[in-house]
Design a protein around this ligand. Structure first.
Ligand code: ADP
Ligand code: MG
Length: 283
């Protein structure tokens, strides 16, 4: 059994007007996610990404179908606290997620609500700060943090809850480039070092291609599901879905067309640079 199982999930938002049909935001979604996967979910605005994410910790309930987290049916309300210990959500706006007036108190908030002993809370906060390399921010007031640092604080709060699955809904959308890189690096490290399951919704292709697997949504359906190599191989398909193709992917494909011997799995700028370097050095 997969860690997350989504079976025939359909979600219809009811219309305010009784006579009108509702809006089908999710249309028969089937998706399995294993423990330790790093998945990016992409798709144009309104394709259903946030609606899907909200089903994974019970913020929305299915119209049809079901979601299971570690075998627990998410809509069973008696079990929801168990689900929320296994998956944490991080949202786009970091300002809406921080409650306390000092970073370390904010990270301690969840464990305190669980009624854990002081010493255990202290240990968890320490671990969360260390694993994200933000020990130096512990006494900061959140309003003095950058957007990226705020998101890291929000992620630290999830880590202090010992959840080993993070679902992040466009966590970098409101950040500057530096903040985006900091959050992305933190996620990659949590995945590599602690085998955390990461599900990241993003509209930045450069971020999506750093995941192990990309799920593409369109109009409430999953239209593609594969490795970054597989997804970026079909540039036309991505464009037809309204998605952007990263410049490095375009460049690699155009160079290949012109007979330059670029390896098949090149899609990041770094990989392309390395390939071009090899070619230049061989001349
Ligand atoms: N609370 C809501 N009530 C009614 N319609 C909604 C609500 N939330 C989202 N929708 C609609 O559902 C569709 C999917 O939205 P959403 O999941 O937010 O897409 P995405 O996150 O991919 O941009 C959109 O058409 C959106 O307008
Ligand atoms: Mg969204």
């Amino acid at each position: 059994m997969a860690f997350i199982e989504i079976k025939h999930l359909t979600h219809v938002f009811k219309s305010n007007d009784e006579k009108k049909d509702g809006l089908k935001a999710l249309d028969d979604i089937n998706l399995n996610i294993d423990k330790g996967e790093f998945i990016a979910v992409i798709g144009v605005n309104g394709s259903g990404k946030s609606t899907l994410a909200k089903h994974l910790n019970g913020l929305l309930l299915p119209t049809e179908g079901a979601c299971f987290v570690d075998g627990i049916k998410v809509e069973d309300s008696e079990e929801i606290w168990k689900v929320r210990q296994k998956v944490s959500m991080v949202f786009q706006n970091p300002d809406n997620q921080i409650i306390a007036t000092i970073v370390e108190d904010d990270i301690a908030f969840g464990p305190e609500n669980m009624g854990l002993p002081r010493e255990e809370i202290r240990k968890r906060v320490e671990f969360a700060l260390q694993s994200l390399h933000i020990e130096h921010l512990r006494k900061f007031a959140p309003h003095l943090l950058s957007g990226g640092q705020k998101q890291l604080t929000a992620i630290a709060g999830a880590i202090a809850m010992r959840t080993n699955c993070l679902i992040l809904d466009e966590p970098t959308a409101m950040l500057d480039p530096q903040g985006r890189i900091a959050v992305m690096n933190a996620l990659k490290e949590l995945h590599e070092k602690y085998n955390m399951t990461i599900i990241m919704i993003t509209h930045f292709m450069e971020e999506a291609m750093q995941a192990q697997r990309i799920v593409v949504m369109d109009n409430g359906k999953i239209v593609q599901d594969g490795t970054p190599e597989q997804i970026f191989a079909d540039r036309q398909k991505l464009r037809s879905l309204g998605l952007e193709v990263p410049l490095s992917v375009d460049m690699a494909a155009e160079l290949k067309k012109r007979g330059v011997k670029i390896a098949g799995n090149v899609f990041t700028a770094e990989q392309l640079a390395a390939e071009l370097e090899k070619i230049v050095l061989c001349q």
